[in-house]
Design a protein around this ligand. Structure first.
Ligand code: NCD
Length: 359
């Protein structure tokens, strides 16, 4: 079968495809990372293994110096048209680990968009100077549009989606799965585990992407715990139905706690509310010291951060609180993803096998 490429499909036809059907178009050169649905379980496991190897190699000075040669011929643009701390910094750090130089625009008010340039022209301009664009944008689907537009140009470069509107956040989902795989290393991995998602599931793009990645594992059960108006979108539930993943929707957080192998907390994303909208009472969607005895001793508590009051600081030092580790994992998995984007992963494996002592 002919390779599916964005250069031979019209934007109209492309938009009608389901998310899983879009996947192969992004995997084809120049290897974009745009949606969670483009990853297979095999891809995820390979990326996690690569991330761990990069991390181990980086521990020694010779290793760190070697890693910095891997992509020293490349430059990346960080285009963040929405606020970001962790995602911006961890991508930037991942680039530095691999020797990529970076440039950034962190606010569209500082680009020629204020002179009336279209967002498409703005990104095409960025692409003239770099080999990859890592972008966060408030408009859902804009990263896909950019990838399609790139395919019509003579020098298409990879686009890495660092958060698009309220719909997708694939690199966060990868770092979340990496954290879960590491947390469950000694208790049989992700297969058969129950994961409870809590908070603003309607607008939490991290949840929307992660729920899909978890559906690739066997016998996983998902609980979606949210106020009615912030419950997970029907589109995601339809994907889970098609994948045969079991799930339950509820507002009773405490009843799910004893079952949970992992709890994924999120904040209420009221930046999407129109002015004057009534605020949602989220006080029941909270975890704190009072719940620690109900949880399994191995339960992993995750949060993409930033948090507000939904996770009490009282539990920060509990061994089950994974959210700080999650951030650091993000740097390693993003380094792995960037290496894979440029097909340099085999070099890492060769170096690792030759020089890195076990442990
Ligand atoms: C999340 C995001 O931007 O979607 N943060 C992140 O990337 N770590 C979650 C949020 O903003 O609540």
């Amino acid at each position: 079968m002919a390779e599916k490429t964005l250069s031979t499909i019209s934007w109209q036809d492309f938009q009608t495809l389901s998310l899983p059907d879009k996947g192969p178009y992004f995997q084809a050169p120049p290897h974009h990372t745009l949606i969670a649905q483009q990853f297979s379980r095999e891809d995820i496991e390979a990326l996690c293994e690569l991330a761990t190897r990069v991390k181990r190699i980086n521990k020694r000075r010779e290793g760190a110096n070697y890693l910095k040669t891997l992509l020293s011929d490349k430059r990346a643009m960080l285009y963040f048209a929405q606020p970001s701390s962790r995602t911006y910094l961890s991508h930037n750090a991942a680039c530095q680990i691999l020797g990529l130089d970076t440039m950034d625009v962190r606010d569209s008010k500082t680009s020629s968009e204020v002179k009336g340039e279209s967002p498409e022209d703005t990104v095409r301009t960025f692409s003239s100077y770099v080999d990859m664009i890592i972008m966060r944008h408030p408009v859902g689907g804009f990263a896909e549009r950019v990838a399609w537009m790139m395919a019509q140009t003579p020098r298409p470069i990879p686009i890495l989606n660092a958060g698009s509107g309220a719909d997708q956040h694939p690199t966060q989902a990868l770092l979340d799965v990496y954290t879960l795989l590491r947390s469950f290393e000694k208790i049989g991995g992700i297969d058969g585990k129950s994961v409870v998602f809590v908070g603003d599931l309607a607008r939490g793009r991290t949840v929307r992407s992660l729920a899909w990645l978890l559906s690739l594992f066997n016998g996983v059960k998902l609980y979606f715990v949210a106020p009615e108006q912030l419950q997970i979108g029907q589109d995601i539930l339809e994907l889970l139905d098609a994948a045969g993943t079991h799930y339950e929707l509820t507002q009773d957080f405490e009843s799910t706690m004893p079952e949970a192998d992992a709890i994924y907390m999120t904040r209420i994303q009221d930046e999407w509310d129109s002015e004057g909208a009534t605020t949602t009472d989220s006080s029941d969607f909270h975890i704190g010291a009072e719940h620690m005895d109900i949880l399994k001793p191995t339960c992993a508590i995750l949060h993409p951060l930033p948090r507000r009051q939904e996770v009490s600081t009282d539990i920060d030092n509990d061994s089950r609180a994974m959210y700080w580790r999650q951030m650091r994992n993000g740097m390693w998995i993003r380094a792995a993803l960037i290496l894979r984007t440029f097909h340099r992963e085999e070099e890492v494996h060769r170096y690792y096998d030759a020089y890195t002592p076990p442990g």
